[in-house]
Design a protein around this ligand. Structure first.
Ligand code: TRP
Length: 447
């Protein structure tokens, strides 16, 4: 069983060294672990909440995508996509909004902080607060539930959002699941090992404190210039330094092995000058970042290449979000009218276009490819066996139309549908007539 790990990156800034060590590097590292099916996406709908500058949004999406790829994200392995390329996400967001208690959202830390700031400033409590900010946690829940993520690695400030996601998912499952869970309850993943980097002034490195060290922007020169501005105490070369107490040492540790860090610490304690320490730090960081910088520059110069990668990611993501959305629409009652049983229990087939059987392919929990065959009334006739190769599955599934339904072998699991000597799947014996109709639909090109 694979673990689906999903996380989003809000595209409203330029990645700095703190983002790299605190989020990008550990996420990419996690994505290479066996048994992990990673979904990383650019949360660009979320970016619109904070940023009303279109050029900034354009630029940030590009920079962040290029950064992740340059930092080693393997887009063949990770499903890497943009939130705004998945229309099922805002659709799900609305469905979730309709079962989310407003009172739950009133308790969100980010919203409460804005209200408190307004009250303290003597203005209306909701001054300047948009519905986007208020509903932020519901959109985040949609991001997570859309792909049935098991684990969501985030910073501590996001723990409450994960709790809300679980609340909302439970409520939806209860209302619409009919005994079968539509959504997986995700778990938050807080990595204690991961470094929270201090910025130039020793406070947490953050754009809002204006104390960041750039990652790629400005090249090695900008990196060195920023490092030279790191605040230290006024001890002279030769005087012993308090390594533990210095954020320069904290930065060094995030880019060096344990042994190298210990050696660096001893040298500081034995009087290494701050200037020399800064040079050593710059060298360590450059050794890791330098080799990625060319890739980054190359990607930034060819945005079309990034666009292609993101589009391919969206195609893979939508292979999951589309069939789930079909189930959800079905579950909440947004069904095709033709498929509703008419009064008297007969299928409504007079007038208009008749609903047809449909085949829906998807990737299952284990990363294998399967399809479902639905009868015209939306009920499932067949769940295929898992296949590793989607093309092979597609090729075989197209031959379903030629299977002789009069000679099916009945096995304990149902009627075996065989193509080229392989069982594609089993259909309940009592659904044989529906299967005949479905086969005719497929032959007519209805799927
Ligand atoms: N809110 C997250 C942050 O600011 C970004 C985000 C949006 C996210 N959607 C998500 C993170 C879904 C994890 C899962 O960091």
């Amino acid at each position: 069983m694979t673990t689906r790990v999903l996380t989003g990156i809000t595209t409203s800034g330029t990645p700095h060294l703190g983002n790299y060590a605190g989020a990008i590097r550990p996420a990419i590292q996690a994505s290479t672990q066996p048994g992990v099916d990673a979904f990383f996406f650019l949360a660009d709908y979320h970016a619109l909440i904070k940023c009303v500058d279109p050029e900034r949004v354009v630029r940030s999406r590009l920079e962040i995508a290029a950064t992740w790829i340059a930092a080693g994200l393997d887009a063949d392995r990770v499903t890497f996509y943009r939130q705004s390329d998945i229309p099922e996400i805002p659709e799900l967001c609305w469905m979730l909004s309709c079962v989310t208690a407003k009172g739950l959202m009133n308790r969100a830390h980010a919203y409460k902080a804005s209200v408190d700031a307004n009250v303290a400033g003597g203005v209306e409590p909701d001054d300047g607060i948009t519905m986007g900010l208020f509903s932020y946690p519901v959109l985040m829940a949609a991001d997570i539930l859309m792909f049935n993520a098991h684990k969501v690695p985030v910073g501590r400030d996001q723990i409450q959002h994960l709790e809300m996601t679980r609340d909302i998912a439970q409520r939806f499952n209860h209302l619409y699941g009919a005994g079968q869970d539509l959504f997986t309850l995700p778990e938050v993943q807080i990595d204690e090992e991961v470094a929270t980097l201090p910025g130039l002034d020793g406070r947490k490195m953050s754009k809002s404190y204006n104390n960041t060290i750039p990652l790629f922007e400005g090249g090695a020169r900008a990196l060195n210039a920023a490092i030279s501005r790191i605040v230290t105490d006024s001890r002279k070369p030769g005087e012993p330094k308090d390594a533990e107490g210095s954020h320069l040492y904290a930065l060094y540790q995030a880019f060096a092995t344990h042994e190298a860090s210990q050696a660096f610490r001893r040298e500081l304690e034995q009087g290494m000058g701050w200037g020399e320490a800064k040079r050593a730090l710059a060298e360590k960081i450059e050794a890791q970042i330098g080799p990625m910088r060319d890739t980054y520059a190359g990607l930034m110069a060819r945005p079309g290449r990034i666009e292609d990668i993101l589009q391919a990611g969206a195609t893979r993501a939508r292979a999951l979000s589309r069939p789930l959305m079909e189930r959800l629409r079905e579950a909440v009652g947004l069904r095709q009218l033709q498929a509703e049983p008419a009064a008297g229990g007969k299928k409504a087939r007079s007038g208009g276009v008749r609903a047809r059987a449909r085949m829906v392919s998807f990737r299952d929990e284990d990363g294998q490819f399967r399809f479902r065959l639905f009868a015209a009334d939306g009920t499932e006739l067949l769940l295929s066996e898992p296949f590793g190769d989607p093309k092979e599955l597609h090729r075989l599934s197209r031959q379903l139309v030629d299977v002789d339904l009069n000679n099916l072998v009945k096995e304990p699991r149902g009627l075996a549908l065989q193509v080229e000597g392989q069982v594609l799947g089993y259909c309940p014996a009592e659904r044989l007539d529906d299967l005949r109709v479905a086969q005719a639909d497929l032959a007519a090109g209805g799927a």
